[in-house]
Design a protein around this ligand. Sequence first.
Ligand SMILES: [Zn+2]
Ligand SMILES: [Zn+2]
Length: 462
Amino acid sequence: MNERQAQLVQNTEKHRQLILDAEKWLWAHPQTGYTEWEAHGYLLEKFRELGYDPVLAGKIGGFGDIPGFYADADTGRKGPVLAVFGELDALDIANHPESVNGMTHCCGHHAQCAALLGLAAALKEENALVGLCGKIRLIAVPAEEMIQLGFREELRRKGVIAYMGGKTEFMHRGILDGVDLAMMVHGTSAGEGEPFDFRCGCGNNGCMAKTIRFKGKSAHAGGAPHKGINAQYAAMLGLQAVNDLRETFPDSDTIRFHPIMMGVNCAVNIIPDEMKIESYVRGKSLEAIRRENTKVNRAMAGAALAIGAGVELRDRPGYAPERHDRQFMKLVEDCCKELAGEDRVCFEYDSWSTGSSDFGDITCVMPGVQFNAAGAAGTFHGIDFSVADPERLCVNSTKAQLFVIDALLENGAAAAKKIVAEYEPEYPSIHAYLEAIDAFVLDKDAVKYDENGNVSVDFQNI
Ligand SMILES: [Zn+2]
Ligand SMILES: [Zn+2]
């Protein structure tokens, strides 16, 4: 660690309590995507107290009101713009012992926001921006978890949002316009035998969000089942068909299909006339997702047909596969090693994860890295998730991010400029990317019967 880095550590230490308090407060106020007004309000106030003038995502002209904002730390010198994200949203997990109104931060996003606030505070220190150029755009972003698809579809229908994911929506709103590169830190747990402080893989799956609604006919389940059409059986048959298709998914595409049945109109003595399934199709490329999703939709249509039911298919763009820029990743790795020591940092340049994040949408159009800070414990998205060590999870990640900001933007931002110059985007612009995923939208009443009992099937997006 050099003298400058020691200074950055000190800049963070001054705000240690602010960071730790924020972690606690945000943990106690969990809300799910596009409803995170409490975290939004808390952070907004803190940012203003620090002297920032945040731009509210919900106040950008012509768009609906949603939580989230950005604030720039400006060096006053021309140079690249680096975005840093903190995610606002929690998960529905009512049986977590510390859930509040059925929600908990069991993905640890609140810790990102605590670190983002720490970053905001440290960047206001007198010497923080000395020797740097460009801008750091600090972004509190809603709705990373792709859940509550019905609620989001309703927001979409009302014109409040255009996209399910918060970062995608922020791209749509122009908040990433003019940004050159991006980073964020997600929590992780360094389980037993994995004593590291920071880690990073090369990327993770993208996904598509699906809602599948089987339509049957209700009848007395005991007295007259022959008068009904069982939507639940049709749904079960559809899932069975996809299970049988799994071996046709090429291993190299790392496809994941993990449906949940969202039973509706259920009573034990009524043949269910409706059964809703939510799922993603995840995969390593948008092309693979699109290809395998067609099979899934065909299976659902076939199942409906077999039972004499109908099925509505609703596909929405999810997230693009996330690919970390290798050069940027190396720079982050070096910074983490300076901070935590060689043996506490585990960067794997070939390791691919099968989760998904809307940070993938960002890495399609600009170089980006999402790395992990240890300090959480238990199972992510599980009822035993907890923050075991907020010091490592939040304070350390603030320091690491400060190191990265410095490494990118010092010396006339030579490192950032080189990364940006050598990056090959998958899409030439944000606009081109959004246009490409818009083609994923599908709304089909896939199986229709005429008066003679003949059937027409239409499950494709062509
Ligand atoms: Zn999560
Ligand atoms: Zn997460």
